[in-house]
Design a protein around this ligand. Structure first.
Ligand SMILES: Cc1cc2nc3c(=O)[nH]c(=O)nc-3n(C[C@H](O)[C@H](O)[C@H](O)COP(=O)(O)OP(=O)(O)OC[C@H]3O[C@@H](n4cnc5c(N)ncnc54)[C@H](O)[C@@H]3O)c2cc1C
Length: 467
């Protein structure tokens, strides 16, 4: 995932949109009406549908048409190199992010090992290799030295020959940073397992699925009044009066709860997120990966070797222009991030760019006449960190958005703070720095510690828990 790619397009290669199965929120393409948008009098086709299957949860279905429904779990900060990330957040921020991402990875792997029916097949801990082109070796080396300097992530340097051994010589990468602890997961099965586990918590949790889309969510102070968004964090009246949150659905249904956590990715924006979060489109293709003899010794004659099969580590470039891996004998390539999949050049062309990039790097791969392709929307923030918490202490609506392309690690850590965010417990010492880093309070200009209850308690009992 990363900056807009520059791949050339090739007539003749045609991506095919795979049929989505059920997704994290349990919706399927057929279960909802899909609005079609006509622009400039032109019907724009499939890309114009603003539909749940194009959420960040976008995956392939697995089986004979594509790789399993996987997401990579990556612990490096998104987009920026570590120095760029430090410009935003300081080196303490870099350290806090790496701690948080590593914790998120461990939480996800731990839960997956307990809840997934076939964890050995559905989770693969094969590591990640960040690679660079030949011109960028010194930049990558600096990144490596800085990463080692943090002491946060296990990593090893890989020189040009090492990298050729992993990718083949045709790929022509200059060097790499090997991070052995990264993993990937069947994210659809994992999300399903989490929902099932929640449903089985003895009636404590009700999972509502296949419902109409949410149109609004707000904190209510009594039956019909909603709290003024501008009111003051310190307003005691508000703390006393606000008592629940309301979610309104498109079909008119209203769901009420003491607290609501909004985890809608990049697809739902409300007034509190305006200007803080940008929906970004990203793309996926799956190319068949032949089971070929790996050889790195004879670059001449076109046999430049190739990637491990049926499963390779995660790969991504310095700057995250592309990420890819061999999964179940398919190469899953992602990238080509863009502000809109609905605008020309549309999804087909961007997916074709990805396929072309794959064929250029690994000439032994033949994408064939058509191949599975997808696009999805994820949420990006101004400083590439999640937006987490309520916008003031009296609010009952808690945000958990802003995956910035690598939410499997970061948002897994964030999700584990939910009880503290809602005021049911204090933050643990190892959570405080991450929670401070991601607090939505950094943009709304207030100290934020979660719910009114938490704030009242923290005022009197534990001022240190305030973030
Ligand atoms: C093509 C692609 C590939 C990616 N690959 C990776 C990867 O390998 N590793 C990684 O860490 N991240 C990856 N990401 C980023 C990924 O989006 C996040 O890691 C993760 O899915 C973010 O989770 P989320 O809960 O924030 O949002 P999402 O997964 O987008 O989930 C939001 C959910 O809310 C639902 N929703 C939204 N609005 C409404 C509404 N109004 N009413 C009801 N429901 C609503 C959506 O339908 C969706 O089910 C990828 C993203 C894309 C697009």
């Amino acid at each position: 995932m990363g900056s807009v790619g520059k791949g050339s397009s090739t007539p003749g290669l045609v991506p095919t949109s795979s049929t989505p199965s059920r997704f994290v929120d349990g919706t399927s393409s057929s279960s909802r009406s899909r609005s079609r948008i006509a622009m400039d009098g032109e019907e724009m086709g499939e890309e114009a549908s603003y539909a749940p299957e194009n959420s960040g949860s976008a995956v392939f279905d697995g089986g004979s048409d594509g790789p399993r429904t996987i997401k990579m779990i990556v612990t490096m900060p998104p987009y920026l190199d570590l120095g760029g990330f430090a410009d935003h957040h300081g080196w303490d921020g870099v350290n806090a992010y790496l701690d948080m991402a590593r914790r998120g990875l461990e939480i996800e792997l731990d839960l997956a090992s307990k809840l997934l029916p076939h964890p050995n097949e559905q989770v693969k801990r094969l590591g990640s290799l960040m690679v660079c082109e030949n011109d960028d070796v010194s930049r990558l080396r600096r990144e490596y030295d800085r990463l080692v300097g943090t002491g946060r992530v296990r990593c090893e340097w890989r020189d040009r020959d090492d990298v050729a051994n992993i990718h083949g010589r045709d790929a022509n990468f200059g060097a790499g940073i090997w991070m052995p602890d990264d993993a990937r997961i069947d994210s659809t099965a994992y999300a399903r397992a989490l929902l099932d586990a929640a449903s089985n918590m003895g009636g404590a949790v009700t999972v509502v699925e296949d419902c109409s889309p949410m149109t609004s969510v707000e904190t209510m102070i009594n039956a019909n009044d909603h709290v003024d968004n501008d009111d003051d964090d310190e307003n005691e009246d508000d703390h006393r009066r606000s008592h629940h949150a309301e979610v309104r659905l498109e079909d008119g249904r209203v769901l009420r709860a003491r607290h609501v956590i909004v985890a809608t990715g990049g697809m739902h924006l409300d007034a509190n997120l305006a200007g803080l979060m940008t929906p970004r489109y990203s793309y996926l293709v799956a190319l068949p990966h032949p089971r070929r003899r790996r050889s790195t010794t004879t670059p001449a004659g076109g046999d430049g070797g190739g990637m491990e099969y049926p499963d390779s580590p995660n790969f991504f470039t310095l700057g995250f222009s592309h990420d890819w891996c061999v999964e179940s004998d398919f190469v899953r390539i992602s990238g080509e991030d863009h502000f809109s999949g609905l605008k020309r050049p549309r999804s087909d062309e961007r997916c074709r760019n990805l396929a072309e990039w794959g064929r250029r790097k690994y000439p032994y791969i033949d994408p064939g006449a058509s191949y599975p392709s997808r696009h999805g929307v994820y949420s990006e923030t101004a400083d590439f960190l999640p937006l987490v918490g309520t916008t003031s202490a009296s609010r009952r609506v808690c945000y958990m958005v802003g995956c910035n392309a690598w939410g499997q690690a970061s948002l897994s850590a964030v999700a584990s703070w939910a009880p503290a965010l809602l005021g049911y417990r204090d933050y643990r010492p190892d959570e405080v720095e991450g929670a401070r880093l991601c607090s939505i309070g950094r943009f709304v200009g207030r100290e934020v510690s979660g719910s009114a209850r938490a704030t009242r308690r923290s005022r009197t009992m534990n001022a240190r828990s305030r973030l």
